[in-house]
Design a binder for this molecule. Structure first.
Ligand SMILES: Nc1ncnc2c1ncn2[C@@H]1O[C@H](COP(=O)(O)OP(=O)(O)OP(=O)(O)O)[C@@H](O)[C@H]1O
Ligand SMILES: [Mg+2]
Length: 376
């Protein structure tokens, strides 16, 4: 039997735990044309949920054409336009009437169709010269979608990447085009929460409050426990309740880490799973990830590294500049700690979670956190 605990790309709704509420909200927003920003901690399941939504749209035959584009690897407006046109081309059936119209539109841009050497997926190479030309093409692409007779969902993942483009005012330009569209609903998502919050919640920014927010929390512990238990039982292994809870405690119910530990446990299982086996799997993961953790240390200053150790030892910390915390771990003065915190948040190593006006800090990587806890 295939391992049912996925920690890479989304596969099927049977292997996807819960998110019913959030899914319902996203479906409603999409059907009623409300643009949405999906906000969450790293690796909690944002991208997975977008795929789950697309799966739902397709399997329920909802009157929506979903298009997903991940712009993580794009470095300029030109690459953004290219990624978007490739995503559109892959999402619409070639022989449908919209497919034919799209091909005609793309041909007018004198493109070069290339094929990905690994996957053989077609890619569009556009030879856009000036920034103006790029803007025009982008407007053209989006207005093309807007004229389609079916509503369109355009999900843009790793959206904060637009801030890395060398062109000026990309945000304002995009916002201006998007404002004119009636038929395309946007779903924005990104792995850098503080940047996404600034793009959509920063008063001075073009996208300020232009979308509804869906904040993704950790999965419900009981629901997740049942999900894990069920998959071990379905495979004929079975698992002790204490072992399930050990998995969820050790990974702090953080999706990616829970999935990965469950995956490893499943691979090692020969019969009913107990806590001893879970501990063995956890140790194996830390051992194999230790190489990466060692490299982190090389990239950080001693102050940053010590600070990570302190947070790891505590699990989570809210009073980050309290005398007691600083004193306990010999962290220096509040102002140098503030600098360390912003650089670690910037590097995506530290998570800054604001709920109900309270800020809680923890390590983004639960395995790194467990490793530091054990080794320092
Ligand atoms: N509800 C779920 N049930 C089971 N597995 C899930 C669920 N949500 C996400 N996953 C899996 O957990 C892993 C991490 O999720 P995902 O990549 O969606 O997180 P993310 O929030 O987009 O991360 P990043 O911040 O790095 O972009 C993936 O392998 C995904 O398939
Ligand atoms: Mg993601």
């Amino acid at each position: 039997m295939d391992n049912p605990f996925i920690f890479r790309a989304y596969q099927a709704k049977e292997l996807f735990c819960d998110r019913q509420e959030e899914l319902k909200t996203l479906v409603t927003n999409t059907l009623s044309g409300v643009d949405t920003t999906l906000i969450a901690q790293r690796r909690i399941g944002k991208t997975g949920l977008i795929y789950r939504l697309i799966d739902e749209i397709n399997s329920e035959n909802l009157p929506i054409l979903p298009i997903y584009v991940d712009i993580f690897a794009t470095r300029s407006l030109e690459e953004f336009v290219k990624a978007l046109s490739t995503a559109i081309m892959n999402a619409i059936p070639e022989r449908s009437s919209i497919g034919k119209k799209f091909a005609k539109f793309i041909r007018s841009l004198r493109p070069l169709i290339t094929y990905d050497p690994l996957t053989s997926a077609p890619q569009i190479q556009l030879t856009l010269q000036s920034e103006d030309e790029q803007k025009q093409t982008l407007t053209g692409l989006l207005t093309f979608l807007d004229k389609h007779d079916k509503k369109i969902l355009l999900a843009i993942d790793e959206f904060q990447q637009i801030r890395e483009y060398p062109e000026n005012n990309v945000e304002a330009m995009l916002r201006t085009i998007i404002q004119t569209l009636n038929n395309v609903t946007f779903l924005y998502c990104g792995s850098k929460r503080h940047m996404m919050l600034d793009i959509f919640g920063g008063e001075r920014n073009p996208f300020y409050r232009s979308t509804a927010f869906v904040a993704l929390q950790k999965l419900d512990r009981d629901v997740y426990a049942e999900f894990i238990s069920k998959h071990f039982h379905d495979a004929g292994f079975g698992i002790d309740d204490t072992a399930v809870h050990y998995i969820l405690d050790w990974t702090r119910t953080h999706t990616y880490f829970t999935q990965r530990l469950s995956h490893t446990v499943f691979d090692m299982a020969r019969g009913k799973v107990d806590v001893a086996l879970v501990k063995q799997a956890a140790a194996q993961i830390l051992q194999s990830d230790a190489v990466v953790f060692g490299q982190y240390q090389q990239l950080l200053t001693a102050g940053q590294w010590n600070f990570l150790i302190a947070i790891a030892k505590e699990g989570e910390v809210s009073q980050i500049t309290s005398r007691q915390f600083l004193h306990k771990y010999h962290l220096g003065n509040p102002s140098s700690v503030s600098r360390i915190v912003s650089s670690l948040v910037e590097k995506n190593l530290l998570d800054e979670n604001v709920t109900d006006g309270k800020t809680i800090y923890s390590l983004n990587d639960v395995f790194l956190s467990r490793w530091l806890e054990e080794n320092y």
